[in-house]
Design a protein around this ligand. Structure first.
Ligand code: DP6
Length: 403
């Protein structure tokens, strides 16, 4: 029998948020979390939004307690989360295989895990954090276990935590291939292009406060899947065609096509939500004002310079290119209340205002009344290993350590 090993093993990572331009909505298998259609997203910069996770394990952690997870300072009931259990179990199996092949490795797979995670999103932002959270969890444990698997292979595991999380294991432009196999082995994420291929892609997030809690996405998509009459066409033909067109647009730096596909796909997804029985409303009047204004800005500018997309909530994510940032940001800066938070040094630009005043005063008032904060970000890299640990070298949980 090997002697007692009291070492505290640790590995930490940060992981990004991603915002889909072709949406994942609908599961063909709930247990394995397999989607009805492929999806494609832009990974956003971790300078602005990220999850930070430390995975640690030790033979000296109480075995009776099992694995523990602390999220934003609050201990989570890991046993109640089938998804977390599924991820950890798969990661352990991979570690055990390494240990079996090389008996000189420490038996980390037999030690309890102590995982601590924090995200740096403004709490008021109401941004979904599960994608970054599960990507960080899977990456941190994989690093702790020194697993040789590629990000694509790990995406199969992260997918079981939260579907969209599989796309946060990579930077840049990422596709999640729906796959067709029953065991989900071909349902994985793949990088379509690295961030450096089209680094000019920027995102303006308009944070819209929701009066009521949205239907959680897992529940919403099940309901759409079983009741919407529009949904089968979306999954079978609309999305497959758009995936191909979107990949071509990204490869050719074609913002005009990127913008149109992004907006149409957001609208199509929200149309299936409205077609769900009973209907689900994620976008609200403020979101619709943002939609109108993006179309008006593009019309007055004479070309597509910005494109909106909405997830399962009312926040607008507006993609645009760096070269148009003055016009896009300056116009929204001019439309929103001067006290809106998050603009940094952006100055209002009046160029398009006469045109907007002629057609869109109602939308401008609605947007200004409903948005109190913006987040300026852009395309970014995948998870990064960091030395800043949320568990001390003696195993204590460190909270609020500056992320
Ligand atoms: C609208 O990944 O949160 O953001 O797999 O049930 O955890 P689960 O769902 P989740 O759904 C995200 C839906 C979406 C679209 C997208 O990100 O592609």
């Amino acid at each position: 029998m090997a002697g007692h090993d009291s070492t505290i093993y640790r590995s930490s990572t940060t992981a990004p948020v991603n915002i889909a331009v072709i949406k994942y909505w609908g599961k063909r298998d709930e247990t394995l979390n397999l989607p009805t259609n492929s999806s494609l997203s832009v990974t956003l910069s971790q300078a602005d939004l990220r999850a930070h996770t430390t995975a640690s394990c030790s033979d000296s952690y109480p075995h009776a307690q099992g694995d523990t997870l602390t999220l934003n300072g609050t201990p989570q009931d890991i046993r109640a989360s089938k998804r977390t259990l599924a991820c950890l179990s798969d990661l352990r199996i991979l570690r055990r295989a390494l240990e079996d092949a090389n008996p000189s490795l420490p038996r980390l797979s037999a030690f309890p895990l102590r995982i601590v995670s924090e995200n740096n999103f403004p709490t008021a932002a109401g941004l979904a954090s599960s994608a970054a959270g599960f990507a960080a969890l899977v990456r941190a444990v994989a690093d702790l276990y020194e697993l040789p698997q590629s990000p694509s292979e790990l995406s199969r595991i992260a997918r079981q935590g939260s579907g969209s999380a599989c796309r946060s294991l990579m930077g840049g432009y990422v596709a999640w291939r729906a796959g067709s196999k029953g065991d989900g082995s071909d349902s994985i994420a793949e990088q379509v292009a690295p961030a450096g291929h089209w680094p000019e892609m920027r995102a303006l997030i308009l944070v819209v406060s929701a009066a009521k809690k949205d239907v959680p996405s897992t529940k919403g998509m099940q309901s759409t899947f079983t009741t919407s009459t529009l949904f089968p066409t979306r999954a079978k033909s609309i999305v497959p065609e758009r995936m191909a067109a979107m990949e071509t647009a990204i490869r050719n730096w074609d913002f005009k096509s990127f913008a149109e596909i992004t907006m149409r796909d957001s609208n199509n997804f929200h149309a299936t939500c409205l077609d769900t029985w009973p209907p689900i409303f994620y976008i609200n009047d403020v979101s619709r004002a943002a939609i109108n204004l993006v179309h008006e800005v593009n019309r007055i500018a004479g070309k597509a310079i910005c494109a909106y997309t909405f997830d399962a909530g009312p926040n607008a994510v507006i993609y645009y290119l760096e070269k148009d940032s003055m016009q896009v940001l300056g116009t929204f800066r001019q439309i929103l209340k001067p006290e809106t938070e998050g603009w940094g040094g952006v100055e209002p630009v009046r160029d398009l205002m006469d045109g907007l005043m002629a057609t869109s005063t109602g939308s401008m008032e609605k947007l200004a009344a409903g948005v109190n904060r913006v987040i300026l970000t852009g395309v970014g890299e995948g998870p990064e290993k960091v030395k800043n640990h949320l568990v001390s070298e003696t195993g204590e949980i460190l909270i609020g350590s500056g992320n």
